[in-house]
Design a protein around this ligand. Sequence first.
Ligand code: ADE
Length: 234
Amino acid sequence: MRICYVVAMVAEAKPFIERYGLKEVEAFFAPLPCRLYEGEVNGSILDVVLNGQQNGSDLVGCEAASVATLSAIQKLSPDLIINSGTCGAFKGNGASIAEVYIGNGVMFHDRRVPGDDTWGTQSLGNYAVWEGSEEMAKSLGYKTGKVTTGSSLDMQPCDLEVIQKHGGQLKDMEGAAVGFVCSLLHVPILYVKSVTDLCDSGAETFEEFSKNLHQACETLREANERVINYLTTF
Ligand code: ADE
């Protein structure tokens, strides 16, 4: 089995790159900015693809995630893509800081195009997730929730309207882009997300995100160890 993570931020990936002693394969995606770390766990190949950086900061967002996912699938032919990272969530849904969720659906929340059965529907995405996601979450004791993706860290009232209408619970900036590419190339996708901020807390999002990033990345590493163990000893 070949498992490939697609991760946006170094801070999110570093704890489990170090845990598994994954080695960087230098310039694997050159001239693209994405970076590959590779190793072996329980007889399976474990790849971690980072979106990469520009001007010294991690490339977050849908464009970089699409490029990384497409390149990863074309060059590595993984059996499963895992998009893992941090997200916002809602205390009104019972979420708390550094809590880990498994995605049970994925869509965009900031693509406002009319047409219920044409571009409007296509723009929302709503891609399938790996069919074993719910069972794995249950077995490992994680909550599940729908990932909704947009291009901004903040949340405008029109974003919230879409999120609420479609039962979104986890707000990120990459998930649906990764899901879109996986849907095109028929590769199953699993989401493992850890909460850095509560979108309905009233706090300033970037401040809350920054304050909780380290803690959320630790619970993310712990969850990913359990996920990898589950998948490789299946
Ligand atoms: N990543 C972490 N928190 C986020 C939020 N509130 N919105 C989008 N992406 C995030």
